[in-house]
Design a protein around this ligand. Sequence first.
Ligand SMILES: [Zn+2]
Length: 188
Amino acid sequence: MNLQLSYWLDDDNIICRVDDHWDRAMDSQNWSDRASASKIVGKPLFEFICDDVTRMYVATMIESVRVIPHTSFRPYRCDTPDMKRFMQMIITPEENGWIRVSHVLIRTEPLKKPVTFTTTTPITPLRQLRNNQTINYVRCSICNRLQQYGNWDNSWHEADSFVVLGHASVKPLKVLHSVCSDCLHELR
Ligand SMILES: [Zn+2]
């Protein structure tokens, strides 16, 4: 099991290279993410991030490493329906001017009850409402906590918390992705 996966970005945040074991790691299900190496190399990183706030968040992290060369560590979560997966992103400048972004699996923990999500298309929430779509939660892309949609009291809950499991009759939960205020605060 490969616990670390890296990709490299050029000045324009185009993915120039991925780890040799990328495809094998994707197949092994340790990584829930998307695409084979041949489908992502040569593409802009931000094509793979669907919402504006997360895109801004990641861009800010990468840019800070570019402006003042240093290695940046950022914990985040990449949960599966039944596992909490505690991850770390490591962003580091390379000698050739590329930026290396590594994702490391630190540990996993089972959810009290499996929770599945569907992600609605990345259009504005207001338009979602006009289209009369039901959105259950906003999900933070960084810590994976959930805020009840339309209840903007700034309370964010784990997917297996009492609050969220109370809505578990709706399956899967329909979510919009964003970044919570706690995670945005960490960026500063
Ligand atoms: Zn968060």
